[in-house]
Design a protein around this ligand. Structure first.
Ligand SMILES: [Zn+2]
Length: 406
């Protein structure tokens, strides 16, 4: 029998000795023991349970068991804690404070990664626009294990002609597509660089001047390029025209609500539902765009109402906060706002199963045998208070702890 293994207590039937002896020398084991496990948003919780991970995959989720563990196993005491699948943030930017990622010291990048993402439980993120070369370099360092961080998916930005948003530095060079051919060229360029999707500004905010919208024909040109390669397209809509042109052109994901417009039209909601469009609410963002707290509250409430309108029609909701553009990294307020429109299980779905399904990563989103070992351990039960999703004790990606409160 394998001498690397200590004496056992109870052996889980699925975890047989033949299974153990088949493992390679670098066998990596991490167990979260004693927590309340929520395997998915729709399944019943398992009390006093353990999650066993081996070599980056979940090998068992069960109640009341003591696993036989190798001496090298890492064991996390999760008594009194809740265990859920790793979170997705489907709207971030490696922009503010992320420059020079190719050469920055790893510990500095790790500290920023913790502050912005991993201490909030994120194991996968969608970057919806940054300097691609810089973020590709960062992603490489994360994947090499040099900087503990989430899986990073990237979308390349395309702006409408003369649509340089007022909140971006005027000297920042932005790719503006004046016609369909230019949009196709830009989309192909991003995907050939290894990016995973496209982000369009179908409505660019120009401050006191009118919103600049992207024509539906230009939208469709970029969408066709992305969809031909099986890649998703996001949009920053800004107003009704920005939503409508995005829907007409076949965009997949609305990256924000449109609080300045008051509500979606019935036609928009019907079309979003029919086209299986996903919505990222970014409600906390609306507290940062105007200084007046009364107007902030109004914008947030309109955003909540828009979220509720689409969610109640069965629309797909993806969690996202626009961090890296905003520096409001704390996710608690977003959970509180989303909780006004949906139940805590629906919020969990927006963090886990919805993005895993929408972006076709079937090995993520749930805690089951065979799934990726992406987990979040919470210092509080989200069923008791949705804000507990922000109280992260451990973030685990691929069976490795990438954030710990210790
Ligand atoms: Zn953004």
């Amino acid at each position: 029998m394998n001498r690397r293994y200590k004496s056992l207590l109870i052996l889980l039937s699925a975890f047989t000795s033949s299974h153990l002896s088949a493992q390679p020398a670098e066998h990596r084991v991490l167990a979260c023991v004693g927590g309340k496990v929520y395997p998915s948003p729709t399944s019943a919780p398992i009390e006093d349970a353990a999650v066993l991970t081996e070599d980056g995959k979940i090998s068992a989720v069960a109640a009341g068991v003591v696993f036989k563990l190798p001496a090298s196993a890492e064991v996390l005491d999760c008594k009194g804690k809740a265990i859920v699948a790793g979170f997705w943030n489907s709207h971030v930017h490696f922009e503010t404070g992320w420059h020079g990622a190719a050469d920055a010291p790893a510990d500095k990048l790790e500290a920023h990664m913790q502050e912005m993402l991993t201490r909030w439980g994120f194991t996968t993120v969608w970057d919806l626009g940054s300097e691609p070369g810089n973020t590709l370099a960062l992603r490489k360092r994360v994947e090499a294990g040099e900087v503990p961080g989430p899986q990073i998916l990237m979308a390349g930005d395309i702006f409408p002609e003369n649509g340089h948003p007022i909140y971006l530095p005027p000297d920042m060079e932005l790719p503006e597509a004046g016609n369909a051919a230019e949009a196709m060229l830009m989309a192909r360029g991003y995907l050939s660089m290894g990016l995973d999707g496209i982000k369009l500004f179908t409505g660019a905010y120009m401050g006191n001047k009118p919103v600049v919208n992207m024509d539906a024909a230009i939208v469709k040109a970029a969408v066709d390029v992305a969809h031909a390669q099986g890649k998703p397209v996001f949009t920053h809509p800004q107003n009704h025209v920005g939503v409508d042109n995005a829907l007409a052109g076949g965009v997949d994901i609305l990256a924000h609500t449109i609080p300045s417009e008051g509500s979606y039209t019935a036609d928009e909601l019907a079309r979003m539902k029919q086209q299986h469009t996903a919505l990222i609410p970014t409600l906390t963002l609306w507290t940062t765009v105007v200084p007046d707290p009364t107007i902030q509250d109004q914008l947030v409430q309109v955003g909540v109402n828009e979220l509720k309108a689409y969610f109640s029609e069965g629309g797909t909701i993806l969690f996202g906060t626009d961090v890296g553009f905003t520096t409001k990294y704390n996710t608690m307020q977003e959970f509180e706002f989303m909780g006004r429109a949906m139940g805590w299980q629906d919020v969990l779905a927006s963090l886990t199963t919805n993005p895993a399904e929408y972006f076709r990563e079937p090995s993520k989103g749930r805690l089951e045998k065979g799934m990726d070992a992406d987990l979040v351990v919470l210092n509080g039960d989200p069923a008791a208070d949705v804000r507990n999703f922000a109280k992260v004790a451990y973030t685990i990606r691929g069976g490795k702890v990438i954030y710990s409160t210790k």
